[in-house]
Design a protein around this ligand. Structure first.
Ligand SMILES: Nc1ncnc2c1ncn2[C@@H]1O[C@H](COP(=O)(O)OP(=O)(O)O)[C@@H](O)[C@H]1O
Ligand SMILES: O=C(O)C1=C[C@@H](OP(=O)(O)O)[C@@H](O)[C@H](O)C1
Ligand SMILES: [Mg+2]
Length: 169
């Protein structure tokens, strides 16, 4: 699984990592859109965050049982205790990102409803701080992404994954 804050590159790096490993790719946000036929922004605006989080838990639980490849998840997915429990035993990559680079990457897009409020920079800053320990708790691999291209990040992850595999032999 690939986890980390919005803008860390989960949806960009995940498919490239899957390609490099020769396995299929899924993204929990895409799975929610496929299942509901609605956008993430619409689900947040119409039904509220708790409905979105329940859908997110459900598509991740499904992917963890039926999907044998790389799964990128939304930035808030690991806040769920049930999801964290389901992740035990799975390799989890934490894509880390600093505030400045993260703000540049998420930009002014309205696709992320949590960052569409009055002060998105302050929201993003507190989100990074509050979630950092949670990402670290679930991660088996942590990669700083600020000054790396997606392909460089994939190379680092692939090397770490094979190192971890060697250690379990
Ligand atoms: N390593 C990187 N360097 C520069 N830009 C990146 C990198 N990874 C992702 N991006 C860009 O940042 C934005 C957010 O990436 P995305 O994969 O959607 O992040 P996430 O899924 O973690 O929210 C996109 O515009 C993407 O092209
Ligand atoms: O951080 C979050 O709580 C969210 C991150 C988004 O995904 P990305 O992290 O891929 O942007 C998306 O799941 C939703 O807008 C909520
Ligand atoms: Mg994403």
């Amino acid at each position: 699984m690939v986890a980390g804050p919005p803008g860390s590159g989960k949806s960009t790096v995940g498919p490239r990592l899957a390609e490099r490993l020769g396995v299929p790719f899924r993204d929990s946000d895409d799975d929610i859109v496929l299942r509901t036929g609605r956008t993430i922004a619409d689900i947040f605006a119409t039904d509220g965050e708790p409905t979105f989080r329940a859908l997110e838990e459900s598509v991740i639980a499904e992917a963890l049982t039926e999907h044998g490849g790389v799964l990128s998840v939304g930035g808030g997915a690991v806040l769920s205790t049930a999801t964290r429990e389901r992740l035990r035993g799975h390799p989890v990559v934490f894509l880390n990102i600093g505030f400045a680079a993260g703000v540049r990457r998420v930009g002014l897009s309205t696709a992320r409803p949590l960052l569409a409020g009055v002060n998105p920079r302050a929201t993003y800053k507190s989100l990074l701080e509050a979630r950092l320990p949670v990402y670290r708790e679930v991660a088996t691999i942590e990669v700083a992404t600020d000054d790396r291209t997606p392909d460089e990040i994939v190379t680092v992850i692939a090397a770490e994954l094979s190192k971890n595999l060697e250690n379990t032999k």
